[in-house]
Design a protein around this ligand. Sequence first.
Ligand SMILES: Cc1cc2nc3c(=O)[nH]c(=O)nc-3n(C[C@H](O)[C@H](O)[C@H](O)COP(=O)(O)OP(=O)(O)OC[C@H]3O[C@@H](n4cnc5c(N)ncnc54)[C@H](O)[C@@H]3O)c2cc1C
Ligand code: SF4
Length: 333
Amino acid sequence: MQPFEFMRPGDPAAAIAIASEARTAQQGADVRFLAGGTTLLDLMKLNVETPTRVLDINRMALDTIEATPAGGLKIGATVRNSALAHHPTVERDYAVLSQALLAGASAQLRNMATTAGNLMQRTRCVYFRDTAMPCNKRSPGSGCPAITGSNRMLAILGTSDSCIATNPSDMCVAMAALEATVHVQGIAGVRTVPIADFHLLPGDTPHRETVLEPGDLITHVTLPAPVGGSKQVYLKLRDRASYEFALASAAVVLTVAGDTITSASIALGGVGTKPWRSPEAAAALVGQAATAANFRQAAEAALRGAKPQSENGFKIELAKRCLTHALHLAVVS
Ligand SMILES: Cc1cc2nc3c(=O)[nH]c(=O)nc-3n(C[C@H](O)[C@H](O)[C@H](O)COP(=O)(O)OP(=O)(O)OC[C@H]3O[C@@H](n4cnc5c(N)ncnc54)[C@H](O)[C@@H]3O)c2cc1C
Ligand code: SF4
């Protein structure tokens, strides 16, 4: 691990002022915020992240969960994943989020991992984590060995010729289905970013993963007021039952009147280069009867743009079955 200066700024403004001196907030950042440390410290030990200054944000008052005036929920940046998953309002009104959080990592990791850190977690692509290998995301222009190499876990949606890395988060998939908003405080003030716009597609700049600029601190995330009577499911398929990243996952938020689906919000995990909202699947469902045939039509729509690599073609059918089954579970719940 490279030497670095460890700092505990007293408040967000002080942390933002220091972080704004960084060259970039993307790969290669020389200043990083430290939340739970479960991504950052791993990557610093591997020399994939080499900040010269690490700013601990854990003593700032960013760790509360509160109702918003609009009837939604405000989730502080340093709220732990376990606290969020078990919050009574989340369990009752945003069950898809609770289920997604509890499907991630292990109990110990969830006790440390935070809301903002989870939004910012990095891909698990093996080449990204190995500095002996080329990788366009870690070292722009060096190449992407995954395209002809080990890509079983990698993405089939949103890929480019430069990078096919999967976004590994479970939490973000549920937040995408819930249409969360990320609140950012930067050197120029505060701004809000819909979660659908927060993560970037790789294109030819895969080292740029989010819209954050130097100094930007995620302060909280808000969820809109819950959809009354909605049926919510997060289904995660993986190589073993716990402590494993998704091969495919689906977050489903539905309302059903009689036999007819009246609203739908769908997102997929484990298959996209970013948490993958599927307006195509939602459009295929709304106004239709809640039948297995219509669920399959929605899954076909969600995966229509999928591009398989040499080892991960199986994910197309797996993701379709994952979404179809999640829809079935939601309707019978
Ligand atoms: C063994 C293992 C298994 C895992 N399995 C899963 C899994 O199955 N599903 C899943 O979803 N995740 C999984 N994870 C990932 C885990 O969820 C993330 O490591 C965690 O959510 C990161 O949160 P953190 O608070 O520890 O972030 P940190 O490591 O502290 O920070 C991560 C990044 O976020 C930045 N950051 C933190 N806070 C802010 C802020 N407020 N504003 C701007 N930037 C910020 C940091 O600078 C850093 O770049 C796993 C991790 C491990 C180690
Ligand atoms: S898929 Fe992306 S992260 Fe993986 S080696 Fe290629 S460029 Fe790097």
